[in-house]
Design a protein around this ligand. Structure first.
Ligand code: ATP
Ligand code: MG
Length: 724
């Protein structure tokens, strides 16, 4: 039977543990596993298997996750597995849909209040109202605190205690933050607007306080799935419980080592405690990594093995299943434009060698870093897609295109193949199959239309197979009007179709996704970890972010950082999360290997000959720089007072011996001493330019000076009276 074999096909692509998760009986299921081990595959297969065997109806399944891209990934995997029709959304999108739908009923005919897309403006007003002056960064920090509090179900009156309990690193006195929080809520209410957390709360309230709403929602959704469950926050968990209404047909999958949203209130505790809270749960653990080469897996294991804290307790050592691939590459550049240009050149080479551009991603810590890469890729003529920038369906050309396609349903013959109909319809808004025109904006416009044509091709290839269980084999060609409905659906869901280009995205938004080649850029202290990571927990979260980034790569992995932001700028250190990586290649785009395996060992044997800048890690070539122990451009952390005393002392000794000062110690050595403040003879030896002879002559005196002795104390007057 068709249906039967389709469900068997779903099982055929799984290992025994994944199969156990897929075929577990109705009821709670928890998959606890590392990156790339097939959690998402297992959970989508479970939905498809249950749908194809008729155990559940796809219409009654709600699958939720945290980023729009991950939700799109769930949808496309479900479609491929033959389970189209399942709702797969972010928590926000699912809640928004329900709140919009029920608003008129709950608000006596009024629609949903306007949704604030950013808190910053209202926070600034609220801060001013309580007498706090804020700039943009301060407003952002306050908004972050309010978001954390609301996601953690903390009211303004409870904030002070809750923040202390959670060891929050608050931007102001907690009591002041609480005042801003209260004022923020008042201003919002007075203006009839709501924020994202209010919207989630409204969804909870709608269900918890209105039996008719609860019944309707619960009749619609009977089986729940949460991917990336380690990133659920208490507010989202409350919504999940409201949806469930005491039922337990819930499958959760997650990896505590990939918890990267705790700064917003997310906690892996719900995932970790799931088996305890649901005694009858089927618990499955996966360790085989199907995504990445052993080289990538080795580096991922090495990075996460350094992790500390609660999330680290559950970490699993991944076992790579793929054939070996290239060692991860670590590259160090003098400045960011050089780094971006090298990344763009490498992308271009990969594409030329046959890697599709959509299989390449450049990932960074903050969105502001994207600009350099946009520019470099444009110059290298490599197409790219900026994730999280202007939403695809909000772009003017896309909205115009959708209008044109609607009109085309009336003017074009109904039996035209979908792709042709779409291409024809889009010619009205300037689409031409001949390729992208010149000029940045024109090209972008063309690429957006091309994405719609590509979408039509994909859509024509996967005609609707509905309804499952009855007539699975009945398929009809997709019409232009089906396609228009699909576009409208995606527009509301913000599902951005993949344009053929290199993905530029933040590490946060890359969660759950994978590419053949991944470039992790800007790996310097201050960026990863960000300077905003102050507590140990925050630093651990940054480490997990790097782990998430590394585990996105199937085959090629590149990690790089630039010593300075712009040419000649202030120097930065490499990220502390890269302890095993070679620091060679400081000045130029030199190459070093980064990996958990043989490459690292080779590097370590070489290390003793290399003198690295202690500030930025660059290899020092010039003699004076080697003596100094840092690049001349790197910031000096010199002890000025000690420097003065050392120079004083040197002048006196040189005068006494009637030799030039540099014979005693060169300027560079004096600077190095004042910067490094050696406390023991071994530390003196470590300073280039101080050998055993100098230690014998001056070691004790220098150590005494560093320890605080005055020049008079180490040079008794009479020394200088011999020969004034
Ligand atoms: P993440 O933690 O990053 O979300 P994940 O655990 O959800 O990862 P998946 O994305 O489901 O992992 O799987 C990673 C890759 O391995 C995918 O390309 C998937 O198709 C493939 N894969 C998963 N399970 C198997 C399997 N049993 N055999 C072959 N390939 C598999
Ligand atoms: Mg996944």
């Amino acid at each position: 039977m068709v249906v039967h074999s389709a469900s068997e096909r779903v099982l055929a692509g799984l290992d025994p543990e994944q199969r156990a998760a897929v075929t577990a009986p109705a009821g709670p299921v928890c998959v606890l596993a590392g990156a790339g081990t097939g959690k998402t595959r297992a959970v989508t297969s479970r939905i498809a298997h249950r749908a194809l065997t008729g155990e559940v109806s796809p219409r009654h399944v709600l699958a939720v996750t945290f980023t729009a891209r991950a939700a799109a990934e769930l949808r496309s995997r479900l479609t491929l597995l033959g389970a189209a029709g399942v709702q797969a959304r972010t928590f926000h999108a699912a809640a928004l849909r329900q709140v919009r739908y029920f608003a008129p009923r709950l608000l006596h005919g009024r629609g949903m209040p306007e949704l604030l897309d950013s808190k910053a403006r209202v926070v600034t007003l609220a801060a001013a109202r309580v007498g706090l002056r804020t700039d943009r960064a301060a407003a952002r920090d306050l908004a972050g605190e309010i978001e954390w509090a609301k996601s953690s179900l903390v009211e303004p009156g409870e904030y002070v205690v809750a923040a202390a309990k959670a060891l929050r690193d608050t931007p102001h006195e907690p009591a002041r933050v609480a005042e801003v929080f209260a004022a923020y809520e008042t201003i919002k209410r007075a203006n009839g607007v709501i924020d994202f957390e209010d919207m989630l709360r409204a969804a909870v309230w709608g269900i918890e306080e209105h039996p008719d709403v609860a019944e309707q929602v619960r009749t619609q959704y009977r089986h729940f799935v949460v991917d990336e469950y380690q990133d659920v926050n208490p507010l989202q968990q409350r919504l999940l419980e409201a949806w469930l209404g005491g039922r337990d047909d819930l499958t959760v999958v997650g990896d505590a080592s990939q918890t990267i949203y705790s700064f917003t209130g997310a906690t892996s505790a719900y995932l970790v405690d799931f088996p305890r809270r649901h005694r009858n749960a089927t618990v499955v653990r996966l360790v085989r990594d199907y995504r990445s080469t052993p080289q990538v897996v080795g580096l991922a294991n090495a990075v996460i093995s350094q992790a500390r804290g609660v999330e680290a307790r559950l970490r699993l050592e991944l076992r790579g299943q793929r054939p070996p691939g290239p060692e991860p590459d670590l590259r160090i550049f003098t400045d960011e434009p050089a780094e971006a240009a090298a990344v763009a050149a490498r992308c271009r080479a990969l594409v030329a060698a046959g890697t599709p551009a959509r299989e390449i991603a450049v990932l960074f810590r903050t969105n502001a870093q994207s600009e350099a890469y946009e520019k470099a890729l444009t110059e290298a003529e490599v197409p790219y897609v900026l994730q999280g920038a202007e939403r695809f369906f909000e772009r003017v050309e896309v909205r115009q295109a959708m209008v044109a396609l609607r009109a085309a349903t009336r003017s074009l013959p109904g039996d035209l193949p979908l792709r042709d109909a779409v291409a024809e319809g889009l010619s009205a808004v300037g689409w031409s199959a001949e390729g992208a025109p010149a000029g940045g904006a024109a090209r972008e416009r063309w690429e957006a239309l091309a994405a719609l044509v590509q979408l039509a091709e994909e859509h024509a290839a996967t005609p609707p197979v509905l309804p499952i269980g009855e007539a699975a084999a009945v398929q009809r060609p997709v019409t232009l009007s089906d396609f228009n409905d699909e576009l409208a659906r995606r527009a509301t869901q913000q599902h951005v179709p993949t344009v053929e280009g290199v993905t530029l995205a933040s590490l946060h938004s890359a969660k759950g996704l994978e590419w053949d080649a991944v470039f992790l850029v800007g790996l310097s202290e201050g960026t990863l970890p960000t300077t905003y990571a102050r507590t140990a927990e925050q630093v651990e979260e940054e480490r997990r972010l790097l782990y998430v980034g590394i585990t996105r790569a199937r085959e090629w992995l590149w990690l790089s950082y630039a010593v300075a932001r712009s040419p000649g700028g202030r120097a930065r250190r490499p990220s502390r999360f890269l302890p095993q990586l070679d620091r060679s290649g400081g000045g130029g785009p030199e190459r070093a290997k980064a990996g958990g395996g043989a490459a690292t060992k080779r590097v370590e044997r070489r290390r003793p000959q290399v003198v690295s800048c202690r500030i930025c890690g660059a290899t020092l070539v010039a003699g004076p720089d080697r003596k100094l122990g840092r690049c001349p451009t790197c910031p000096s952390d010199i002890d000025e007072e000690l420097y003065g005393r050392l120079r004083d002392w040197r002048a006196r000794v040189a005068a006494a011996q009637k030799v030039p000062a540099y014979v005693i110690f060169t300027d560079a050595t004096i600077v190095a001493l004042a910067e490094r403040r050696p406390g023991r003879p071994e530390e003196l030896i470590a300073i280039a330019g101080i050998g055993p002879r100098k230690i014998g002559l001056y070691g004790e005196t220098v150590l005494a000076l560093v320890a605080g002795a005055t020049v008079e104390e180490v040079c008794p007057e009479k020394t200088f009276e011999i020969d004034p």
